[in-house]
Design a protein around this ligand. Structure first.
Ligand code: FAD
Length: 488
């Protein structure tokens, strides 16, 4: 490790993490603007403070890195892959290249934030400049604050403030060429085994990881789904949402690009302005989640509203296993859990239904659900996953009230009235008429027989009585409220 002043043509290291794109990438753009050679690196660091990525998300990462490597190589700067402790690998690369600068786009969740600050400090002491940019969120956490200078805990005023203060950055096209450094050693991506092989449980996964895939998905959504987004986005059988979540999670496009494209379509009269606004609001939920987690790091493990840590959660391994396997006996819940397992993605409405079922009908701790989603979602994201699970559990900022318990039967009837979603993922109920599809146990024996369904055999009987489970959940809440009242 050198402490000498770096040479004038010393390369700049661009440390890629969840910004796997060339366009609108502030770290890369600023590195390119120095005119120095650029050393792009991705470090697969599975230890330390940063939570290990889940298996489904690693599948997406593999595709995204392949696309990034090809894009960089085509412009002259091969992507260097290293595996191990981030700081040690960066230091090794600095020593190998004589680089005097490291540019990165910041990650704001607590573990990564602390790690990056420690690394930047350590490198600075040794004369290496480490500069961070915001390339992942619409606004940097800490830049959207209430009148009294505190963080927002309610979404609507946050959204208003965000739209008022956040400035769209000027577009930064992907550099046409990137002068690189040749001959550096790099791992081979295949050796990281990020994709499953035996068995290959990801055969049903969809989407096209990488920047080109992200651009294509956004363009398709803006041309098609956006005009009826607010009307259709709650119906899981329609492809009415953007399915941009893994692209956004891995930073394959800037969230501002999504905002700009939606607004441009509205300005051109291709979609109503209200639809573009609704989509922008959903993107703002992503910022809200990330800002909250950054400002309240304890919420990664503890209830945002501390009273809820006293919730008498149940230990129910059989219930949990049935939920994970999509065998609860509630068709819309089972369809969602099977979609998740088969594709690594689940529709937002169904995420809410299955989440509510776990924390309320089964009274299982939201952290258990959060961990399962972390493992199985290609878009598993620290801010979004934790914030949304706490929202479902009623323990989060601006959360759904705990006493609002989703009824899995009426939710199915309302949002999957023609049963297309359930029939896709729960084919054993395919021939059951719509009238009984969301509550097969209420169907007369003759109807079940004609549909070829033997309850408890082809398809499970419900593992809970929803009405009783709802009362049990409300009773649990009452005990929490009583504990609080006594403490007050
Ligand atoms: P669109 O409707 O097209 O929305 C566009 C983008 O806005 C999304 O890609 C996403 O980045 C953001 N967004 C939309 N809804 C939300 C929301 N409620 N909260 C935060 N951001 C949102 N999303 C993740 O990206 N990663 C997760 O790990 C995750 N876990 C969740 C867990 C639960 C229990 C629930 C209820 C929701 C979770 N979500 C998560 C939020 C949401 O379900 C997904 O972002 C959305 O379904 C992705 O589909 P889409 O891209 O088609 O969304």
């Amino acid at each position: 490790m050198t402490t000498e002043t770096p040479a004038r043509d010393a390369p700049v290291i661009v440390w890629f993490r969840r910004d796997l794109r060339l366009a609108d990438n502030p770290a890369l753009g600023h590195a390119r603007a120095t005119g120095r050679p650029v050393v792009p690196v991705y470090i697969h660091d599975e230890g330390g403070l940063v939570r290990r990525a889940g298996a489904a998300s690693l599948w997406w990462l593999d595709g995204s890195l392949r696309a990034l490597a090809a894009d960089l190589a085509g412009r002259g700067a091969p992507l260097i892959l290293r595996r191990g402790d981030s700081e040690a690998e960066l230091r090794r690369l600095i020593a190998e290249t004589g680089a005097g600068t490291v540019f990165l786009n910041r990650l704001f969740e607590p573990g990564a934030w602390t790690r990056d600050a420690d690394i930047a400090h350590g490198l600075k002491v040794e004369g290496v400049d480490c500069r961070g940019f915001n390339g992942t969120l619409l606004a940097r956490p800490g830049s959207v604050l209430t009148g009294s200078g505190g963080p927002y805990k309610v979404f609507t005023p946050f959204l208003k403030a965000l739209l008022a203060v956040a400035e769209p950055p000027p577009p930064m096209p992907a550099p046409a060429t990137i002068p690189g450094v040749q001959g550096l050693s790099s791992d081979i991506l295949d050796d990281w085994s990020l994709r499953p092989t035996r068995p290959d449980w990801a055969v049903g996964f969809g989407g096209t990881p990488g920047e080109a895939g992200a651009d294509a998905a956004l363009a398709a959504f803006v041309a098609d789904g956006l005009k009826t987004y607010s009307r259709d986005r709650d119906f899981p059988a329609t492809s009415a949402t953007s399915q941009m979540s893994p692209h956004l999670h891995f930073g394959e496009l800037s969230p501002w690009r999504a905002v700009d494209m939606a607004r441009a379509a509205a300005a051109a009269g291709q979609v109503p302005g209200t639809e573009a606004d609704k989509f922008v609001a959903q993107l703002a939920w992503r910022d809200f989640s990330a800002h909250l987690l950054h400002q309240f790091p304890a919420m990664a493990e503890r209830a945002f509203r501390p009273d809820y840590d006293a919730m008498p959660w149940r230990d129910d391994p059989a219930g949990l296993a049935a939920w994970q396997a999509g065998r609860t006996g509630f068709p819309v819940v089972d369809a969602g859990m099977r979609q998740l397992w088969a594709t690594g993605w689940m529709h937002n409405r169904v995420r809410m239904i299955v989440g509510s079922f776990l924390v309320k009908d089964l009274l299982i701790d939201w952290r258990t659900g959060e961990r399962w989603f972390w493992k199985t979602l290609v878009d598993a994201d620290p801010g979004n996953n934790i914030q949304n699970w706490q929202w479902i559990a009623g323990s989060g900022a601006d959360a759904a009230p705990y006493f609002r318990v989703f009824n899995p039967v009426t939710q199915g009837e309302k949002f999957d009235a023609d049963g297309r979603y359930v029939r896709t993922w729960v084919p054993e109920l395919e021939r059951l008429p719509d009238r009984w599809l969301h509550a097969p146990w209420t169907a007369p024996p003759e109807v079940l027989r004609q549909a070829g369904v033997r309850l408890g055999h082809d398809y499970p009987r419900p593992i809970v009585d929803h009405a009783e489970a709802r009362l049990r959940a409300l009773e649990a809440l009452r005990s929490v409220n009583q504990a609080r009242a006594t403490a007050d």
